[in-house]
Design a protein around this ligand. Structure first.
Ligand code: UDP
Length: 480
């Protein structure tokens, strides 16, 4: 249901990409702006709308001006899949014409668009509608990417494993070429096109908060010369259990079973392990993780999402990759819980028994870990995750690295690159240690969590930035 526009109310459109890590924060962002008095419309596909309509209904029931507009596709067209199989390369161009018609009809004050809709910038710019870019990443990784592009230190080393310093940043950040995504190594290719989408934009909307990366926010604003509104962590906007449990997709386990399992565990004793919505490990890598976890002897919840199978659809193989007797042993000793598919991540991270997070450093997971005060074991795989790892371990000092050093595309088979010993060592280092190292990490993580919560409260930095964007859009109206 779309409501009539009240005079003086700013109308914002949100056009999320399809699938997990990009769709989820954009939906939350639309809800943030509706809570700040804007009229928010989420532009969805027929397959994506059902994934988040319940939370939007709940917002409508408390009087927010927020709605979903599902684009009508031509009869023969197939809507891009918004579920577990969506990837950054999913082609969404079938949405082009329906979006054009909708924009022409409604002419909003702005459209917040995900960078992954590679075709959308040209369309929106052509219609003369204000375009705000949502990148899905934080500021630190954008600064690293920008300075790799500017100074190209990666081109001055002799091998993929020779460390180099990224020049010009507020902290000494050392990387190797093996950790860089192709878009930082080459300037062409599909991801190279992303920069084009940023040109002519009114500014950037960033899911982060000022106190997480203050020096980088300042640096970025100064160096990029683009308006940047830092309005997160948007996940904190999910305040009731239903919103948290249903975020993104229906969880594959009911939240009561998870909470019951966690119920008799000591505070901070459980390690939560998840590698996001896209990463696929081979059975060989999963076996290494299983052995490492068992040897570390700490309770864990392990979300096993997609598994890389040589031939797709081999169900039996997909279910039987665990070491012999592993599942029975962890069940009996109540040491571990395996979730196959989708977990209610926000609910689990905020549970008092969960004391650390093994993460692939996807930006949302990183920010959600920070928001819940988690020290982390970092295991970056793809995208800008190696940069996020540096933020967590080297800048914020709230994590230990498992020792992943090779960037990989999310959809190729991952050989067992991180062996069981490394898993065991990292888990023990974080979960056994009450010494100064881990104590310091826990303290810093807790402080950051407090700062994250303050940022989204009335008068906090993210709250102010959201209001500032709305005011700016209002003043643009007066000028035209
Ligand atoms: N997520 C979840 N349950 C899962 C896996 C992922 O709720 O089982 C959510 C997670 O909370 C986060 C998002 O999906 O908001 C994943 O985004 P991230 O940027 O961390 O990684 P990506 O999936 O893009 O690699």
């Amino acid at each position: 249901m779309e409501s009539e526009e009240a005079p003086g109310v700013v109308e914002m459109f949100f056009f999320p990409f399809v699938g997990g890590g990009h769709q989820i924060p954009m939906i939350d962002t639309a809800r943030v702006f509706a809570s700040h008095g804007a009229k928010s419309t989420i532009i969805a596909t027929p397959t994506s709308a059902p994934l988040f309509q319940n939370s939007i209904l709940r917002d409508q029931q408390i009087g927010r001006q927020i709605s979903i507009h599902a684009l009508r596709l031509p009869e023969e067209a197939v809507a891009p899949d918004a579920g577990m199989s969506a990837t950054p390369f999913t082609d969404t161009s079938v949405l082009q014409e329906p979006l054009r018609l909708f924009l022409l009809d409604r002419r909003p004050d702005c459209i917040v668009v995900d960078l992954f809709h590679l075709w959308a910038a040209e369309l929106i710019d052509g219609l003369g509608i204000r375009k705000i870019v949502f990148t899905g990443s934080g500021i630190f990784s954008r600064c690293v990417t920008e300075n790799l592009r500017r100074y190209a230190p990666q081109e001055k080393v002799g091998s993929d494993h020779e460390p180099f310093l990224v020049p010009g940043l507020p902290d000494p950040i050392v990387l190797t070429r093996s950790q860089l995504p192709p878009f930082a190594r080459e300037k062409s290719g599909p991801l190279g096109n992303l920069r084009k989408g940023e040109e002519m934009s009114f500014g950037f909307l960033i899911n982060s908060f000022y106190d997480l990366e203050p020096a980088y926010v300042e640096y970025y604003r100064k160096e990029m010369g683009k308006k940047t509104w830092v309005i997160g962590p948007v996940s904190l906007y999910n305040r009731n259990v239903a919103d948290k449990a249903e975020r993104g997709q229906q969880a594959s386990i009911d939240e009561q079973s998870c909470l019951k399992w966690l119920g008799d565990k000591e505070p901070d004793s459980v390690l939560y392990i998840s590698f996001g919505s896209l990463a696929r490990f081979s059975p060989l890598q999963l076996i290494e993780i299983a052995h490492g976890l068992e040897a570390s002897n700490h309770p864990f919840i392990w979300v096993v999402g997609k598994i890389f199978m040589k031939s797709e659809g081999t169900r039996e193989e997909e279910e039987n990759w665990l070491p012999d007797g592993f599942e029975e042993r962890i069940k009996e000793s109540k040491k571990g819980l395996i979730i196959r598919g989708w977990a209610p991540q926000l609910l689990l991270l905020e549970h008092p028994a969960v004391g650390a997070f093994m993460t692939h450093c996807g930006w949302n997971s990183t920010l959600e870990g920070v928001s819940s005060g988690m020290p982390m074991i970092t295991w970056p795989i793809t995208a800008e995750q190696f940069f996020n790892e540096k933020l967590v371990t080297d800048v914020l000092g709230i994590g230990v690295q498992v020792g992943s050093v090779e960037w990989m595309s999310f959809n190729v088979e991952k050989k067992a690159l991180v062996g069981r010993e490394k898993v065991e060592v990292a888990v023990k280092r974080l979960m056994d240690g009450d010494g100064a190292e881990v104590g310091g990490m826990r303290r810093r993580a807790r402080e950051l969590s407090e700062k994250a919560k303050r940022a989204v409260e009335g008068g906090g930095s993210s709250d102010k930035d959201a209001n500032a964007l709305i005011e700016e859009l209002k003043s643009c109206r007066k000028d035209t």
